[in-house]
Design a protein around this ligand. Structure first.
Ligand code: G6P
Length: 613
């Protein structure tokens, strides 16, 4: 949450900062600002999106070759002009942008006020600028870099920080603890960002800062050190993402582009890993730990949001295909529960961004207790992917729409491949079963393509009929229970309609009381082994006049007859069904949100990467 950019070089900094902030807007978008140096520090900031900042900067016409910028997701202090970043020290000479939470800010603020400092904002970030200035101006023989180190020693909490001081106008100072920061290395220019998207246009050489590290960055040099002043030689990584991948490519929204990318993203995720000729699956990322995985007492999967829904699909998969016991945990609950996990257990964390604070904390907790920690991440180089013992990347390409779509299907594909590989290596799945599964799995991209082509129009029509429904209920069984949760989440996130996902049979224990002729009920009736039971549940809804929208397999006359609307999709193995059933639900929520005039890619109050706890 919150995006940080920085630039130092020969180009016009404002353009690079604004473009970078637009790419980071998925991390927060309630206010934005920049600090530049042009004969002294100049700050432009305010409530609203980056586009408002861009206009203000154009009107101002300030020129500079060095600057830092920020797009905010409010934690402390309401989103308004004053609370926007950058924050300045009292003299106005030091500017700070921050991602994270300073937990002891109240104590520090009180002390600073007692010592005579005046604060402008309600934010935790302002204390960094103020504390820093106090240390710098009152401690003898302490240069600015040392002052930063001394200030950081007093700070408890998490931070990605970029700092400028008008007295050192050629450099930007950055520091990291818990919130991601990258340094992009160009030719006589350097870039700073919370992720690679603002950098990729200019250079593919990056350094990932780790926790407890800081860097001093000028146009032609960078020095990385620990906060305790121990110099480090960091590996320079090559970015693999392309500029095309982070642009809309003619689609009105990133979300729609990402939904339609799924035939390709699913194929990319499987590429080189499944082999229909040999009937084998090899996941290179877990090859070294496969024995431990085979002998694991159990797998605990921890995740948040949509990733937690794919974890639930994973539970069904590992138990059915690999006969390995699985528990699924909300990462935020797992870490605070004194969990019984240790040697012989595997914690599998799933995270698109690889930066979610609670998921990262769960990983660290399990690691400290002796469990092997595996990851499924989309963002290469992310903190979670670097801290796990081993893992598998989803290779879905950058996901920018806040509502996750292609990351979900790619996570499920990885879980399928892991469960199949494990099932085979454990001797649970015969070669002929493997051959069957692999053959079917390789057909999934074309089946997804078919669904996108053949259902899009019908879903648009259906969406226009339900645009103003105040509530929705989503029902599913077995593999499609998590899909019901995911369908409801998608709708809530982007259209602000109240929606609940429920196991279809469990509906009788409460939600059935909500059903009347006003209630759209989306039933996901596309697995064979639960079809009869699902039909009974649909009857129960119909008896109470609920409006049934079903996602069903081609040729299911009973479900079709019971439904007011139905979307037919191709059949597949039950355990692959979520990869197909989720697609119409993504489209439905998208079109309803568009009809309601909602900001699909940047829904209110949400952020894509939740780096606070
Ligand atoms: C936020 C996003 C969701 C995402 C969740 C977990 O809530 O808006 O789309 O599913 O975080 O994120 P992760 O990056 O860990 O998968």
């Amino acid at each position: 949450m919150c995006g940080i950019v920085g630039y130092v070089g020969d180009r016009e900094a404002t353009e690079i900062l604004v473009k970078g902030l637009k790419r980071l807007e998925y991390r927060g978008y309630d206010s934005a600002g920049v600090a530049l140096i042009n004969h002294g520090l100049v700050v432009q900031k305010g409530k609203g999106k980056v586009i408002a900042l861009e206009k203000a900067l154009k009107a101002d016409g300030v020129k500079s070759n060095i600057g830092i910028g920020h797009t905010r997701w409010a934690t402390h202090g309401e989103p308004n002009d004053v609370n926007s970043h950058p924050h300045l020290s009292e003299s106005g000479k030091i500017a700070v942008v921050h991602n994270g939470i300073i937990e002891n800010y109240n104590t520090l603020k009180k002390q600073l006020i007692e010592r005579g400092r005046t604060f402008q904002s309600q934010t935790d970030t302002e204390i960094v600028a103020q504390l820093l200035e106090e240390i710098y101006t009152t401690s003898k023989g302490v240069n600015f870099e040392q002052a930063i180190r001394l200030a950081l020693k007093q700070i408890v909490g998490t931070y990605g920080l970029a700092i400028m001081n008008e007295e050192t106008p050629d450099r930007i100072f950055i520091a990291r603890k818990g919130s991601p920061l990258l340094l992009g290395i160009g030719e006589d220019e350097m870039f700073i960002a919370s992720d690679a998207s603002p950098i990729v246009e200019y250079t593919n050489k990056v350094i990932y800062l780790d926790d407890g590290e800081m860097a001093i960055v000028t146009r032609d040099s960078y020095k990385v050190k620990t906060i305790d002043d121990y110099p480090l030689t960091k590996e320079v990584h090559e970015l693999a993402i392309s500029l095309d991948a982070i642009e809309k490519a003619g689609y009105p929204h990133f979300m729609l582009k990402e939904i339609f990318e799924q035939p390709r993203s699913i194929a990319d995720c499987m590429r080189g890993r499944i082999n229909p000729d040999t009937g084998k699956i090899v996941l290179g990322g877990i090859e070294d730990v496969i024995d431990e995985l085979i002998h694991a007492k159990r797998i605990v999967i921890a995740a948040c949001g949509t990733s937690w829904h794919s974890a639930l699909v994973g539970e069904y998969l590992f138990e059915q295909l690999a006969k390995t016991p699985v528990e699924v945990e909300y990462a935020s609950e797992f870490r605070y529960r004194d969990p019984l996990i240790g040697k012989g257990d595997v914690l599998l964390v799933i995270s698109q961004s690889g930066e979610t604070a609670d998921t990262l904390a769960a990983l660290r907790e399990a690691k400290a207790r002796g469990a092997m920690v595996l990851g499924i991440c989309n963002v290469v180089g992310s903190t979670i992917s670097r801290e796990t013992d081993a893992g598998v990347f989803t290779h879905a390409g950058p996901e920018i729409g806040v509502a996750s779509t292609k990351a979900f299907t790619a996570q499920v594909v990885v879980l399928i491949m892991m469960a199949l590989e494990l099932g085979q290596r454990k001797g649970i799945l015969s070669q002929s079963e493997m051959n069957k599964y692999i053959k079917e799995l390789s057909k999934i991209p074309s089946k997804v393509e078919y669904i996108l082509e053949h259902t899009d129009e019908a879903i648009q029509k259906m969406a226009s009929l339900f645009t103003y429904a105040p509530n929705f209920l989503y029902l599913g069984r077995s593999y499609n229970f998590p899909v019901a949760l995911e369908g409801a989440l998608k709708l809530k996130e982007i259209s602000y309609i109240h929606a609940e996902g429920y196991p279809a049979a469990e509906m009788k224990h409460g939600p059935i009381a909500l059903i009347d002729e006003m209630m759209p009920v989306v039933v996901i009736a596309a697995t064979d082994h639960t079809n009869d039971k699902m039909i009974s549940n649909i009857e129960e809804v119909k008896a109470r006049k609920g409006r049934i929208i079903s996602i069903m397999n081609d040729d299911n006359p009973e479900v079709e007859q019971l439904s007011e609307f139905h979307i037919s999709i191709p059949t597949t193995a039950d355990c692959f069904s979520p990869l197909l059933t989720v697609i119409p639900l993504q489209l439905l929520s998208y079109y309803i949100a568009v009809n309601r005039g909602c900001h699909v890619d940047q829904p209110r109050n949400l952020a894509k990467s939740v780096t606070v706890e």
